[in-house]
Design a protein around this ligand. Sequence first.
Ligand code: BGP
Length: 478
Amino acid sequence: MTKSIFKEGFLWGGATAANQLEGAYQADGKGLSVADAMPGGKQRWSILAGEEFDWRIDESNYIYPNHTGIDHYHRFKEDISLFAKMGFKCYRFSIAWSRIFPNGDETTPNEAGLHFYDELIDTCLNYNIEPVVTISHYEMPLNLAKKYGGWKNRELIDFYERFADVVLKRYYQKVKYWMTFNEINSPFELPALSMGMVKSNGGGVWQNIFQAWHHQFVASAKAVKIGHELDPNLQIGCMIIYGTTYSYDANPTNQVATMIQNQEFNYFCADVQVRGKYPAYVKRMFEKYDVQPLEIKADDLALISAHTVDYIGFSYYMSTAINETTTAEKVQGNILGGVKNPFLKASDWGWQIDPDGLRIALNELYNRYEKPLFIVENGLGAYDEVDENFYVADDYRIDYLRKHIVAMGQAVKDGVDLMGYTPWGCIDLVSASTGEMSKRYGFIYVDKDDEGKGTFNRYEKKSFGWYKKVIATNGTDL
Ligand code: BGP
């Protein structure tokens, strides 16, 4: 076999999140989460974009796709057996906070909820699949949003700590790789999903967002502390969304704007979680966003400094370009905006596809932090068409992933320490932004449509066999 550029034991796998695939949203004592209250379709987008929202669930229509997800809750054994068939070395999933603490503020966990993850984790281990757990992925108990106003409330630190403590203690002997918060830098656009904050409870107000971030930084540090006390070898990472950002041209005004965008969006949260302190430029950010000094308790900064993360997990889907000096066509991914880059093609949802941008991201992150990197999300959301046998010939997806894996290899040659690669939505699941099924990422097709209809049966796509070969050859046969 050709010698691989990727290290032995490279963590090839796939990634999902509880709220987007489990379904069974009220099974076995599960409480409602913020994601359960988010309708699909157009309404969802306006909520994500910061419109007023009262978290009220109207059960009369099929508008809550997360409620059924892809019914992974009842089909996880089949799903994991398919991952094993592809040869997954690891599987990234999240633990639904609302299964373990249905209202978020209880003191005793829901044993039935934990039982599900006992089985899920054991199933992975039986196949020699390393579980990679995101503690909180866009799914906090709804009660914490409604009653406490989300993460701007300091009490959330204790509730999260209790949750993290329960799952870390229960699984630390079985799960080595953890992440504290999914895409912690996303509240720039999505305060509702990741902070439980909407307009009426302060979601659009920077003061609250920065205060909420501070609470999340402290909570994350506490989880790292608990994990490392249980076992110093646990690998606990941060998780950020990274969008490689180019200046549109050589105009220094655009270059400066690009530098600022990089600091604020790509690095701010990681700087705190990896380096253990607020970066110098936070002063400028506070001024710009009119943020008064945050409420910081005596031990907070010491905790943040003492319990930094072991690795950097990040999602990478696209790059953006900054142009402040001339008018240029705007583009919008979920969270990343910017202008149209004439050198790039975009996905059906306008996300600008840029494998070289991944090589740049890996180099930038590694040179800045010198910590191992883990690409925990990447992939192409596309409309898949099934033939009469439910087969999807998704050559476009293979093409996207192949080019990104080539870029990963180049970055490893550049000297980057890369731990693994878990493409997003390895099995079709509910889209976070549209709430629909028709935006698919998977190697496995799930027969469910945007109205929730279908058999929920699973079918291997063309990319399934391709990825299997990639893993079997440790990334040499693409
Ligand atoms: C990331 C989220 C995931 C996932 C992915 C794809 O930002 O961490 O939860 O959904 O984006 O986004 P979408 O589902 O909107 O296509």
